[in-house]
Design a protein around this ligand. Structure first.
Ligand code: ADP
Ligand code: ADP
Ligand code: ZN
Length: 211
């Protein structure tokens, strides 16, 4: 868990690789639906552009369906889901139905001021999805993806300063209360998301234990 730009995607990808589990990002799934122009994508597009939350039944449906895939059998890391109490309750019942359990909830703590800079400088490899930043993580060879060697990068339509501010508001209003929800189950561990990327990864791995 963490506000937009906290480093959820960056860290989730590293954890997925290190622990051989899948990264389930509802934001990524919704962006592919938008790109493909599916019914879900058509509904989600204007909502995502405003920085609001897509209706619960859509994201819960996507996640529930995804849990059934064989690649989830070894475990998964949820990135950007759940985002409000209704989604957390739906997640509990979906997990129970499938005899699965959440092991940890990791919170990335980052100051609001740092988030705007992180989000407005963010870009991604169009081929493999590796995340970069204009200031904090440039490709080693300019214009070439470190991970896959491709030369095309994309920026998200909703990564503008105005949209980030409304996404942040939504986070504080709708999503932050989940810290109390999971705190009541003694599942939340908080990490200093202001630290440098590798240090954040080390802190998360210390919480999760050996792969
Ligand atoms: P989220 O998935 O939480 O929205 P990202 O993982 O996409 O966040 O990170 C947002 C931006 O900040 C990206 O450009 C990423 O490269 C950069 N970033 C991530 N973690 C850090 C960090 N610890 N320090 C500096 N920049 C970071
Ligand atoms: P970030 O963490 O950088 O804000 P995400 O990629 O997680 O970005 O989400 C992008 C957008 O997709 C959100 O602003 C929201 O409109 C939509 N979205 C993603 N996950 C959810 C979710 N669980 N519930 C509702 N909307 C979601
Ligand atoms: Zn790449």
């Amino acid at each position: 868990m963490g506000p937009p730009g906290a480093g959820k995607g960056t860290q989730a990808q590293r954890i997925a690789d290190a622990y051989n589990i899948v990264q389930l990002s509802t934001g990524e799934m919704l962006r592919s639906a938008v790109a493909e122009g599916t019914e879900v994508g058509k509904k989600a597009k204007p909502i995502m552009e405003r920085g609001d939350l897509v209706p619960d039944e859509i994201v819960v449906g996507i996640i529930d369906e995804r849990f059934g895939s064989p690649d989830c059998a070894n475990g998964f890391i949820l990135d950007g889901f759940p985002r409000n109490t209704a989604q957390a309750e739906a997640l509990d019942s979906v997990l129970e139905k499938r005899n699965m359990e959440l092991d940890h909830v990791v919170e990335l703590q980052v100051d609001d001021e740092a988030l705007v800079e992180r989000i407005t400088g963010r870009f991604t490899c169009a081929n493999c999805g590796e995340g970069y930043h204009d200031k904090f993580k440039r490709p080693q060879k300019p214009g070439v993806c470190d991970r896959c060697g491709h030369r095309k990068f994309t920026r998200r339509d909703d990564d503008t300063e105005a949209t980030v501010r409304s996404r942040l508001e939504v986070y504080h209003r709708e999503t932050a209360p989940l810290l109390a929800y999971y705190g009541a189950q003694s599942k939340v561990k908080s990490v200093d998301g202001m630290a440098e990327m590798d240090e954040v990864t080390r802190q998360i791995q210390a919480i999760l234990g050996a792969p």
